[in-house]
Design a protein around this ligand. Sequence first.
Ligand SMILES: Nc1ncnc2c1ncn2[C@@H]1O[C@H](COP(=O)(O)OP(=O)(O)OP(=O)(O)O)[C@@H](O)[C@H]1O
Length: 241
Amino acid sequence: MLLQVDRLTKHFGGLAAVNRVSFNIHEGEILGLIGPNGAGKTTIFNLISGVHPPTSGTIKFQGNDITRVKLPSKLCKQGIGRTFQVVKPFGNMTVLENVMVGAFNRLNHLGQAREQALETLEFVGLDHRRDILAKSLTIGDRKRLELARALAAKPKVLLLDEVMAGLNPTEVAGVLPLIRKIRDNGITIFMIEHIMAAIMNLSHRIVVLHHGEKIAEGTPEEITKDKKVIEAYLGEESYLA
Ligand SMILES: Nc1ncnc2c1ncn2[C@@H]1O[C@H](COP(=O)(O)OP(=O)(O)OP(=O)(O)O)[C@@H](O)[C@H]1O
């Protein structure tokens, strides 16, 4: 088991944003995390990546208890990488420099970081843009840059927070094979996504949250047939249309 989440709970004041949620992430899988707005998905990412301390519960990574590790950079070094819902590259730095920042999480040698960044840019299909300023990128390329930044730190597990949000259908179709390629390169993926066709297509298993609680877990096929999931989420805004 790569990551074990046990009865994870986070209160913000009186609100239980995440309430006794348990699940495991197996090495080499793509695990999806879905649920309505405000269900607690990003909060779970923030707890796993050390942005917030949990109120209770435990998180184990490769068998080690990381529940109280408060430094995202330390967890990143251990192999937990993530992307953010709102992509904020350093606009006045080049694409290459932005990815080097990611590589510096693991490496402290300039030449090695550059090498790592160049390799990663080629992997995500952004090497032809390496010398332009990040602020000139299209939204689709910004998302690729965000992926490259996280990948350059050589994560074992990558948490993807709505990496397809804001993309048009052609761009989404371009990102799907890239996510599979990341997985095929040995990186386990845990992803939040509202685009149902994409998450159903990519995920081996899916965890469904509602009001901070896990209401279902299973294969995409099992999830689409689950009554509680249809009531709480899928039926609600005709996500499957
Ligand atoms: N730092 C915070 N302080 C107070 N409340 C918070 C904080 N972060 C999240 N919340 C609240 O916790 C709940 C869960 O939010 P979260 O962002 O985890 O949901 P989500 O499932 O990721 O939603 P979305 O799909 O809209 O991104 C929401 O009610 C939110 O307002």
